[in-house]
Design a protein around this ligand. Sequence first.
Ligand SMILES: C[S@@+](CC[C@H](N)C(=O)[O-])C[C@H]1O[C@@H](n2cnc3c(N)ncnc32)[C@H](O)[C@@H]1O
Length: 229
Amino acid sequence: MSRRSWLVLITVLSAAALYRDRLRAVLEQASANVRDFDLPSAGAYDALVASVLEGFYDRVAGEVAAAHPGGKVLEVGSGPGRLAVRLAREAPGMTLTGVDISGAMVERANRRAARAGLSERVRFRVGDVAALPLPDGEFDGVVSTLSLHHWSDPARGLAEIHRILKPGGEARIYDLAHWLWLPARGGDRLARLTAASPFGEGQVEVVRWPGSVPAFVLLRLRRAGEARS
Ligand SMILES: C[S@@+](CC[C@H](N)C(=O)[O-])C[C@H]1O[C@@H](n2cnc3c(N)ncnc32)[C@H](O)[C@@H]1O
């Protein structure tokens, strides 16, 4: 090796040794973000992750629109608002409220609804699923995609979703499949969570997307009682 190559190698190794802790912290944060399907900003999430999920949102929008064509629907953890806007186009009689804990996501989602000319029917606001800023028994349906694994208190979240649903109302909560989660969060956690919630029982289904990849799960919950229109 030439003297210059030795110098470069020694400089790189010294820098790696000096900044070892910083490097480790950056790598740990990056791997936590990938694991949690999270990105440091609403814009990056919208452009890099949500934009490749359009086919998934189409499918979810079709299912929710068929269930509540003219109803009031709440989207929990609505992020940049791609699903809600799709849903509103699919079901012209539906009104949608999106709640997200991130102000940046809510701003982005409201801009998207305004650009689509849907602000009258589609509104987003800041809120935590564990303390929804909404009245009891208001919604025919609830939908949520890829948000549940972020909730700091999922049990409280399910209790709140139960509270704001009308009797007979249904929640459809889609999340990453167990094998994509941390093992400690996987297994039959959703079934246990549901059993301990005011819903008492629910269905956990595997969702195959993209293609036949079982990448998602759907938790279907129904509030007891007769649905009234
Ligand atoms: C991975 S993103 C999914 C966003 C969107 N549903 C989608 O499918 O693209 C998770 C979203 O859940 C929101 N979130 C996390 N914890 C929340 C909570 N406790 N209450 C409400 N929203 C929450 C985050 O701010 C983020 O927008």
